[in-house]
Design a binder for this molecule. Structure first.
Ligand code: S3P
Length: 435
């Protein structure tokens, strides 16, 4: 049965400091690279959310030993060449990152497997990954010509490819780079705009050589990796919900500690500034691997803005919460070039438009974005999460600026990326009433 959660606040104020859970993208990659590599990998700050747990389970089925104690993970891997053929289907749950990156990894392995997912993931396009993989020699087959899960993968000898990506997607780029690592010869991936580069950074941490020039990455096949220690910074995509809340609510001021500051992910900070919020970087560390630091966000009068072009991949997951923030800003906010939102855990353009409109916001959906006119007073109401964690969190944050309570249908999906979201919400907000 799908539950409902009621969230209501009386004159809320956000004050204090927050350490958000580990970065989802980096947590997945740490498990993947720790399992591809030979030997011991120790991860600190791992995100124990549903999606990343699915990645761990998959590698256990491939014979990798993975012990998790909360956010500490220890991996002992025999190395990719010694994985065992799984006796069960590999279930990626709701996780697009698990499915797409695993396709790249499994294609060049020596095992035969079947990859499955939940109802939402089984509708999401996989061809963007299977097409380039098949031209590298991968044997992947399934429904709709290999576009939809479940997919069967017979690990094969791959050859390098020179690939121009039609969409800026870190999942596609990473799948090809992982396949390229196992392939013969050189693999080149060319992007139209730079997407998150966690795979590239972490491959280097595990001892791989790769070359990055502008929007192009090159990797030589046949490299072996060695286990290492990985520290996962806080997920800026999770922090973004509370950053937007602090920006919207008068008198609020929140410090985010140990939050990831990789420049391919910090578009949200630029948009907060563009809209008038105060954003200060108080500390910055980790320049050699994944940058992280302390960021303070304070309220200011917000103005509408335009968000389009190359910044989109650096804030793609933040667009639902940015849309909510735009309902409280003066003037028009135009979001363009974000058609990718239509193929996320749900169609996020349709979901955000419908749910915010229910509260009285003025939101128009376009083919590749949204136009939001503000400021509007928001009423309370019944909002759906669509089983999409980021829509669920947007609904909860909307309760901070709505006149009445918000009832969220199916809030459990929030655990996909932020298991302790509601605890953090009540800890940060002074006058929170929840049922
Ligand atoms: C991710 C990349 C993005 C993002 C997703 C995580 C990743 O997807 O939306 O939540 O970890 O590589 P795309 O690569 O499809 O844009």
């Amino acid at each position: 049965m799908v539950g409902t959660k009621t969230v209501t606040f009386n004159k809320p104020l956000l004050k204090g400091s927050l350490k958000v859970p580990g970065d989802k993208s980096i947590s997945h990659r740490a498990i993947m690279l720790g399992s591809i590599a030979e030997g011991r990998t120790a991860i600190k700050g791992f995100l124990d959310g549903e999606d990343c747990l699915r990645t761990i389970e998959i590698f256990k089925h491939l014979g990798v030993s993975i012990e998790r104690n909360g956010t500490d993970v220890e991996i002992y891997s025999p190395g990719m060449g010694n994985w065992i053929t799984p006796t069960e289907e590999l279930y990626a749950g709701n996780s697009g990152t698990t499915a797409r990156l695993m396709l790249g990894i499994l294609s060049g392995s020596s095992v035969t497997s079947t990859l499955t997912g939940d109802a939402s993931l089984s509708k999401r396009p996989m061809k963007r990954v299977t097409t380039p993989l098949q031209s590298m020699g991968a044997s992947v087959s399934g429904e709709e010509g290999g576009d939809l899960l479940p997919l069967s993968i017979v690990g094969s000898k791959l050859k390098g490819i020179d690939y121009h990506m039609p969409v800026a997607s870190a999942q596609v780029k990473s799948a090809i780079l992982f396949a390229g690592l196992a392939a013969e010869g050189e693999t080149v991936v060319r992007e139209t705009a730079v997407s998150r580069d966690h795979t590239e950074r972490m491959l280097k941490q595990f001892g791989a050589r790769l070359e990055q020039v502008g929007n192009t990455v090159r990797i030589q096949g046949g490299q072996t990796l060695t286990g290492t220690d990985v520290i996962v910074p806080g997920d800026i995509s999770s922090a973004a919900f509370f950053m937007a809340a602090a920006a919207m609510i008068e008198g609020s001021e929140v410090e985010f500690s140990d939050v990831g500051l990789n420049p391919t992910r910090t578009g949200i900070l630029q948009v907060l500034r563009q809209m008038g919020a105060e954003v200060e970087i108080l500390e910055k560390h980790g320049e050699t691997g994944e940058p992280y630091g302390v960021v303070k966000v304070s309220h200011a009068r917000l103005e509408g803005t335009e968000i389009s072009g190359e910044i989109i991949p650096t804030l793609i997951d933040e667009l639902p919460i940015i849309a909510l923030m735009a309902t409280q800003a003066t003037g028009k906010t135009i979001i363009k070039d974000a058609a990718e939102l239509r193929v996320k855990e749900t169609d996020r353009i349709a979901a955000v438009t419908l749910e915010l409109t229910k509260l009285g916001a003025k939101v128009e959906a376009t083919e590749d974005g949204m136009i939001i006119e503000g400021p509007t007073a928001l009423s309370g109401g019944e909002l759906k999460s669509y089983g999409d964690h980021r829509i669920g969190m947007m609904a909860a944050i909307a309760a901070l600026v709505s006149e009445d309570a918000i009832h969220i249908e199916d809030p459990s999906c929030i655990a996909i990326s932020y298991p302790n979201f509601f605890d953090h919400l009540s800890a940060l907000v002074s006058t929170c009433v929840e049922e």
